[in-house]
Design a protein around this ligand. Sequence first.
Ligand code: SF4
Length: 226
Amino acid sequence: MDLSEKAQIIYQRLIDGYGEPIWQPGQDPLDELILTILSANTNDVNSGRAFEQLKTAFSDDWDAIRTAPLEAIKTAIRPAGMYNQKAPNIVAVLERIQREQGQYDLSHLAAMSVDEAFTYLTSFPGVGHKTASIVLLFCFNRGAFPVDTHVQRISQRLGISDRRAPPIKIKAIWEELLPPENFYALHINLIRHGRQTCQARAPRCELCVLQAYCDYYQEQGEWSVT
Ligand code: SF4
């Protein structure tokens, strides 16, 4: 079986096991960008709380956040951690968007190619490939595949990538193997799979719908936990 066929089987088995997540329009790209900046090195609960506190503290007003004292922003986003880096990055993002677009709006990304939009987003401080891909996929359903720690670990174990492949390499592999219209469902289902079954320290292989296609399972005992 070649890798492309394996990827398609994995995609379908995850849908059979977890359902088919359907992309929905309506997520604001600037909200998503700031939320994802806040999510670096923390969990969804903490980043979500920081985002809500930020919006509440400044009455949902990006201009008020851009012009606020940095210490006030740090206080609002404290639950997300790394607030000394995240606060100035958020201000820099808002300053540049306001300067370039004349408003706090990223809807112009829809008119760019995926590569152009990806390059644009990753030119902001604190925005890496995962954050840029999340904004493009979740807000525009564009063909950028986000690789977080769950996607990285499962892709390595399955043998979609090699065992030590970095996230950016895994992103490129999935984007080559499957069509963009599969990215949203695949991303959501890999996260579900990572949380429910293919957990970092103790994968529940006996329950796994991907068992027959998994290098880690076939070679158990030869792997160190990643
Ligand atoms: S068989 Fe085990 S290691 Fe492989 S994907 Fe399933 S849970 Fe993860």
